[in-house]
Write a protein that binds this ligand. Structure first.
Ligand code: DAT
Length: 172
C-alpha cells in the first residue's frame, strides 16, 4: 500500500514532537525526529560556538533517510526544511504558536536568554514558514495553530482525515 510522507516543521517548542508522536500512534505511520536521529548517529560536521550546539551534517541526514522516505509512510519532525529533497514530502505542516505561549514553553525548557530571544524572533518573523514556502510548492504547505490542547486534537483529526483521503486516492 502506498502511504504519504509528512513534514512537521516550525520553531523549537511549537509542538512538532507532541503532534508527530500522537499522529504516528493513531495513523500507524512511522515518526522520525531528525534531531534525535542526528544525535544517535552523530550526524554532525562541526560545532557552532555562538549557539553552543553541534552543526547538522545535512547530507548525511538525507542519505540516512533516503530509503525510508522512498518507501513512504513517514512523519519527519525538524526545525528546518530547506535541505530535504522536495520530492520526499506529500504535505508540509508549519506549526505556529503565539509568542507569549512559546516564551513560556521555552523558558520551561531552561533556554538561556539569547536562545530564548532568537527562537521567539524566529517565530515572529515566521522564518520556518518562509523557508517552507521557498522549499516546497505553496499548495502543499499549511500552517497549523499550536497554542492549546484543543489545537492539538483538531490538528490530529485534520491530518488523519487528509491521510485517509490520500491513501484512497493513491491505492485504487
Ligand atoms: P517541538 O517538538 O516543536 O520542539 P514539543 O512537542 O516538544 O515541541 O512541545 C513543546 C512543549 O509544548 C511541550 O511541553 C508540550 C507543549 N505543547 C505542544 N503542543 C501543545 C498544544 N497544542 N497545546 C499546549 N501545549 C502544547
Amino acid at each position: 500500500m502506498l502511504l504519504p510522507n509528512i513534514l512537521l516543521t516550525g520553531t523549537p517548542g511549537v509542538g512538532k514532537t507532541t503532534l508527530g508522536k500522537e499522529l504516528a500512534s493513531r495513523s500507524g505511520l512511522k515518526y522520525i525526529n531528525v534531531g534525535d536521529l542526528a544525535q544517535e548517529g552523530q550526524l554532525y560536521n562541526g560545532y557552532d560556538e555562538e549557539y553552543d550546539c553541534p552543526i547538522l551534517d545535512e547530507d548525511r541526514v538525507v542519505d540516512e533517510l533516503e530509503n525510508q522516505m522512498r518507501e513512504g509512510g513517514t512523519i519527519v519532525d525538524y526545525h528546518g526544511c530547506d535541505f530535504f529533497p522536495e520530492r520526499w514530502f506529500h504535505i508540509v505542516f508549519v506549526l505556529r504558536t503565539d509568542n507569549s505561549e512559546l516564551y513560556k514553553r521555552l523558558e520551561t525548557r531552561g533556554y538561556g536568554e539569547k536562545k530564548l530571544k532568537d527562537n521567539i524572533q524566529c517565530e515572529i518573523f515566521q522564518v520556518l514558514y518562509e523557508e517552507a514556502v521557498a522549499s516546497y510548492k505553496e499548495e502543499i504547505v499549511h500552517q497549523l495553530s499550536s497554542n492549546k490542547p484543543e489545537d492539538l486534537e483538531d490538528n490530529i483529526n485534520q491530518i488523519l482525515k487528509w491521510i485517509e483521503q490520500w491513501v484512497k486516492d493513491h491505492n485504487t
